[in-house]
Design a protein around this ligand. Structure first.
Ligand code: FAD
Length: 611
């Protein structure tokens, strides 16, 4: 069975040294933090997820979920482990105290979320989607939803889901057929079929709050093929009385659960809505009959939920790489095969451990430098959003907001692509034993594969980056982000140990600017060019963004090494992995630029029937 050890030292390094969260007492919730509390939360969280959730990961994969007589059952131990996490407050650290959470900064709770995803992605998803649902209700819901429903989602008494996909409509939501018919009393009745709904039904909690998008028909009672008619609704599995107690079963049933490649412990459901009572968000006034609701679009709620979910899936990408690489490193130090190319390193043994081989080291260092760089990027971006509230100038605030928008598709797309590549490389370190179930490596690969698909396939993220975000609002975000990287490079040049990284990142930035200009010049005339360049551009952007994070981390590590503070072994490892990123990953930006500049003709000229 694989093991999991939460990367507590790295969490501490990012929180305390990199983001310096203890220096920001004026941000909401940060006044509660001190050195000891951070350590205590990280260490207790690590113990819980390592000992309670991780051992259930393979069980979840082997047993999967079942549907019998209309009841969905989760794998053995899942219900208890979910309830223990809820009781321990692990799902609600960053929820304001008024809603039943601990009111701590989101940046701390993202460490805990990563532990949940690394130890057991399937189980983590039940709580993850609840968070997405509760955020939309907490920010946009009416008083009843905020005061009665949100606290039950926070406490883990209920869970939430996100319902977008339909059989003929995944990426293109305009095509959806689920209809929401307005009722005299201001409520709606929803009918239609949603598929692939994660945690759509289960036996872990008494109620499930489905957040559903559906179309309101036009005056002729027809559904239009337009996003303007799509709205956002709350549909409880069991209706909720004024006092929060449960009423009758609503008109939503589970048609089937999918048999699938990975994340088998999470019930992926077909949900049939048959005249289900629904409440519009954010405009609905009450979840019970009686009050009129406005007809304004509820897309804001949907985007709020989807953006949160995209960040969450990006995290899933590096969570799997983290745990898979950990196991591969243990194995590589243990497995004896052949002799080192430069002579025996284990002369008393029958062979050397495979860690002696440059290629095995390449795979391990890629996984480690990716997962640490990705964690830093995810946490840096979350913190940028939080700390933007302290900025005094509107321009700076807007730039921070635009950088968040710019990087969200990169977090989802690049971190899940590289998450899969790194997880797969970790499996490769096991040779044939990685392909065999016993070590759990093939499960990590299967589980991590979905991250590239759901929450918007990665090709669509790339298109979002290039088509919507890169040139948005006069490129305020893009220019500000590029300038930040330039300025960090200039500063880091004072440290000779960072020379390779500074030079590599500087060359990559020149290529990134060239790629940006090439797209600006060519894609305006021909939108297919933007589509053709988008994936390589996202990969280039992600590779450089992780380089940016490594530059920042190396600067801190080298400064501490020079001062003789900190743990030298940990800091030297940081320097080594940063140098790996500079020497073995950043050079990819040269070939990516060449691919971008070769244009899209080769893709678009062949007849569809010739494929
Ligand atoms: C295990 C699992 C769990 C899921 N959980 C949920 C959930 O909880 N809630 C929910 O609503 N949905 C969920 N989904 C659905 C998931 O989000 C969709 O499968 C995904 O968004 C892609 O939609 P699709 O499968 O219909 O693919 P399609 O939209 O048919 O796309 C197929 C492929 O075509 C390409 N493509 C499509 N459009 C474009 C474009 N405009 N530009 C470039 N390329 C394009 C992409 O490569 C894409 O992979 C889940 C799916 C799975 C498998």
């Amino acid at each position: 069975m694989p093991s999991y050890k939460a990367p507590v030292d790295d969490f501490k390094f990012i929180l305390k040294d990199f983001l310096q969260v203890l220096e920001h007492k004026d941000l909401p919730g940060f006044d509660l933090l001190d050195d000891e509390l951070i350590d205590q939360i990280l260490e207790n969280g690590a113990k819980f997820f390592e000992e309670v959730w991780a051992p259930l990961n393979m069980i979840g994969d082997e047993q999967g979920c079942t549907l019998e007589n209309g009841v969905v059952r989760t794998p053995e131990g899942f219900k208890d482990a979910f309830q223990q996490a809820s009781a321990g407050g692990w799902n609600s650290l960053a929820i304001p105290e008024a809603f039943g959470g601990a009111g701590l900064p989101g940046i701390l709770s993202s460490c805990i979320s990563e532990m949940g995803n690394s130890s057991n992605q399937s189980l983590a998803m039940y709580g993850g989607l609840s968070s997405a649902a509760l955020m939309s209700l907490m920010y946009l819901g009416n008083d009843f939803q905020k005061n009665v429903i949100v606290p039950k989602l926070v406490s883990g008494e209920w869970t939430g889901t996100m319902n977008l996909t339909e059989p003929h409509c995944g990426t293109d939501l305009k095509l959806m057929n689920t209809r929401a018919d307005p009722q005299e009393d201001g409520t709606f009745r929803i009918s239609g079929t949603k598929i692939f709904i994660s945690g759509g039904d289960h036996d872990m909690t008494d109620n499930i709050i489905h957040m559903v998008i559906a179309k309101i028909p036009n005056e002729q009672g027809k559904l239009e093929n337009s996003l303007g008619t799509v709205n956002f609704f709350m549909v409880p599995k069991f209706l909720i009385n004024e006092d929060g107690s449960l009423g009758a079963r609503n008109g939503v049933t589970t048609g089937s659960i999918e048999k699938k490649m990975g994340i088998k412990g999470n019930a992926t459901c077909v949900l049939n809505y048959d005249n289900a009572l629904a409440f519009k968000v954010p405009e609905s006034k009450a979840p019970v009959a009686g009050e009129k609701q406005s007809s304004a679009s509820g897309m804001a709620g949907m985007f709020l939920m989807m953006n949160g979910a995209r960040m969450g899936v990006g995290m899933q990408g590096y969570s799997q790489a983290e745990v898979a690489t950990q196991n591969a490193a243990i194995y590589a130090n243990d497995r004896l095969q052949g002799r080192s190319l430069s002579g025996p390193k284990n002369p008393d043994g029958p062979a050397d451990p495979i860690i002696v081989y440059p290629d095995v080291r390449r795979m391990l260092m890629m996984g480690r430098s990716f997962s640490e760089g990705a964690r830093a990027l995810h946490m840096w971006l979350s913190f940028l959003g939080t700390s933007a509230s302290k900025l005094t100038s509107d321009t700076e605030k807007q730039a921070a907001n635009e950088i968040s928008n710019l990087l969200t598709p990169v977090i989802k797309g690049y971190l899940t692509d590289m998450g899969f590549v790194s997880t797969n490389a970790a499996m490769q370190c096991f040779g044939g034993h990685g392909f065999i179930k016993e070590h759990g490596m093939e499960q990590f690969v299967r589980d991590s594969r979905i991250n590239q698909i759901y929450e918007g396939a990665n090709g669509v993220q790339a298109l979002d980056l290039v088509g919507r975000k890169l040139f948005a609002n006069g490129m305020i975000g893009t220019n500000a982000y590029y300038a930040m990287i330039d300025s960090d490079i200039a500063e880091a040049k004072a440290l000779p140990e960072l020379e390779i990284m500074c030079a590599g990142l500087e060359r990559s930035m020149t290529r990134l600017r060239e790629a940006t200009s090439w797209i600006a010049e060519n894609a305006l005339a021909d939108r297919e060019e933007a589509g053709a360049a988008s994936y390589d551009f996202m990969t280039m952007f992600g590779t450089i963004s992780l380089g940016f994070m490594w530059l920042k981390m190396m600067k801190i590590a080298q400064t501490q090494l020079n001062a003789g503070t900190g743990n030298a072994q940990f800091l030297n490892k940081k320097m080594a992995h940063g140098n790996f990123w500079a020497q073995k990953m950043l050079p990819d930006t040269a070939s990516l630029l060449e691919k971008i500049q070769s244009g899209g003709d080769v893709l678009m000229t062949m007849e569809a029937s010739s494929f």
